[in-house]
Design a binder for this molecule. Sequence first.
Ligand SMILES: [Zn+2]
Length: 142
Amino acid sequence: MEYITRASELFPPKEGDMEGKCIICGRFTTKGNKIDFSDNFTNWHLLEEGEVICEQCYNMVRDQNHRRKSWVATREGIEFLKRDQFIPIMLNPPEPPFVIYFTKSGKKQGFLKLIDKVNYSKNKFWVAYEDDLIFVEFPSLF
Ligand SMILES: [Zn+2]
């Protein structure tokens, strides 16, 4: 099976000791963490069936900054974005692979939809805005 890079692989891992299938990315792991969402987590419909949150997905979903703020994730790390950076980053995205999440409300977990939408092109790429997934395509000029 072809290996697909998950968005969560761009975040620092947190290794647990539980075995099972990850509810975020669907991979099997022996280093999983307990599923410990708070009662007001509302995006169960975006999740896989499973028993754990894997070491790769844990920080992406449990660090509240990833819900409250807009960000771009690359192999170099996570950069949080201000609102006036939305358009510039769309017009000039970072070197791939990258993942971009925009939020105004800071209340959604729309970035969960990006789990298998890691971008490898600066001309065609996925962006999540709140709960919506948007495909951006720039026409080739040459
Ligand atoms: Zn996972």
